[in-house]
Design a protein around this ligand. Structure first.
Ligand code: C5P
Length: 233
């Protein structure tokens, strides 16, 4: 059976890709399915946590999990901050759109009208994880709240997946970063995931092509270890 090591802990999980409205029928989206975040929510609840899942995904809500459905990054931010105010852990598995359309049309954009949209102008969305890090200890997010980020990376000429992950952990200022290697039949929409769990105190746990349920367990193991060593921050 599963350990009952998150009993009474309040865990917030975000999952799925945000949808940024263009007009009443269209949006900008991404390939995140929500499977990994849903798996984390399910396993955390099974280990005794009180789980709030903030999600854009249509996947079934796991047993004993409270779900809040959102579409856009700004809705995700508002719902996440509302839940984070009393959280022990926030796990940000959602793939947040970095940009949203600057102007949202209140009526459907149509072809053949003589005024077809030549381009979609974009503006930056808030970085919710960065705002959680900045808000920790301010009353918006409890001082001891453990913040977990995700990074989907590919290796390139400037460094490996792990190099990019280490740099992102330092830049983002969260406690744990789950680094997934994109491609090779894992990650987006798939049932398997691979990569590393990096701890800002220096720990690096490789996870090789695991099921999303197994990776969820490994992530929660890292959270429990981190909670037992709060001075590591
Ligand atoms: O910088 P990057 O988008 O790769 O960082 C990914 C992590 O940051 C994820 O945990 C994601 O949920 C979070 N993020 C966020 N708000 C954004 C972009 C990313 O919270 N606007």
């Amino acid at each position: 059976g599963l350990p009952w090591d998150l009993a009474g802990k309040r865990v917030v999980v975000t999952s799925g890709g945000t949808r940024e409205e263009i007009d009443p029928v269209r949006f900008l989206g991404n390939r995140s399915s929500g499977k990994q975040g849903h798996a984390i929510a399910a396993v955390a609840a099974a280990r005794g946590a009180r789980v709030t899942l903030v999600t854009s995904s249509d996947l079934p809500v796991p047993a004993a999990v409270e779900a809040i459905h959102i579409d856009s990054a700004r809705e995700l931010r508002d719902a996440t901050f509302a839940a984070a105010a009393e959280a022990d852990v926030v796990i940000k598995a959602a793939a947040v759109a970095d940009f949203r359309p600057t102007d949202v049309s209140s009526s459907k954009l149509k072809k053949g009208t003589g005024s077809e949209p030549a381009e979609i102008r974009l503006e930056r969305n808030p970085d919710i994880l960065a705002e959680l890090v900045a808000g920790r200890g301010s009353g918006d997010v409890p001082a001891g709240c453990i913040l977990v980020g995700f990074a989907a990376e590919t290796g390139d000429s400037s460094g490996s997946v792990l190099d990019h992950g280490r740099a992102k952990l330092a830049r983002k200022g969260c406690d744990l970063l789950v680094v997934n290697e994109v491609g090779r039949g894992t990650t987006f929409g798939q049932d398997v995931n691979g990569g590393w769990i990096l701890d800002s105190a220096g720990g690096e746990t490789p996870v090789d092509r695991a099921s999303k349920d197994l990776l969820a367990s490994r992530i929660l193991d890292a959270v429990v270890s981190r909670a037992a060593a709060p001075s590591a921050r």
